[in-house]
Design a protein around this ligand. Sequence first.
Ligand SMILES: O=C1O[C@H](COP(=O)(O)O)[C@@H](O)[C@H](O)[C@H]1O
Length: 240
Amino acid sequence: MGKEEVIVKETVEDVTKELASLVEKEANEAIQSRGKFIIGLSGGSLVNFLAAGLPTISTDWSLWHVLFCDERVVPFNSDDSTFGVYRRQLKSNGGALPLTESQFLCVDPALDADTAAADYAAKVSALLGPGRAPRCDLLLLGMGPDGHTCSLFPGHALLSVTDRAVAAITDSPKPPPARVTLTLPAVNAARAAVFAMAGAGKADMVRRVLRDREPLPAALVQPTDGRLVWILDQAAAAKL
Ligand SMILES: O=C1O[C@H](COP(=O)(O)O)[C@@H](O)[C@H](O)[C@H]1O
């Protein structure tokens, strides 16, 4: 396993700044070493951190490729679509996020979940190369109140998938039920994986994962040869 770091900041604004600075560093190192930056985004509360933090970053945005750690198989104009949420950010305030739509690798919502997963897996392979463990430069992750991350839920059979990088789920306990997700081998192949979260609502689960080491999905994120960073505000870290 690579290195694990837990960073506790005073406020949610400090979490945003810390995350932006980490993303900037990873992006510019990747661009310098490999000529491009491949980042995986999650949905949920992470979007707010990125909407505020990404515009402050200094980088060559044209060399960014953005994929999704997970996505809900719903139309882009649905409130549940993670790409849809980011797309609204791209269009708001004259483009709050400094990226273009063509830089995103999307899950096709016109397909059923299994076909969408196969189609997304082919797009991921075309960008990162084939195999069950393609190597993203950086994955930005969230954790739900049940300890799920990506669309990998506690006790779900998808946690045991080891033969592919991308999988479909049609019985997600958190709606909507049809989703496409990176699997644990793909998540753990990342050069860096970062959880960012804030608020007292995260404190119990942060304790269970980081202090008690319960084998919940978020705790199974252990990059084999990469960095793992948790960025928390004081409220989320209160029970550590
Ligand atoms: O359903 C999902 O939830 C997780 C956690 O979201 P949060 O709002 O509790 O931060 C998110 O990381 C994932 O991408 C999303 O599909």
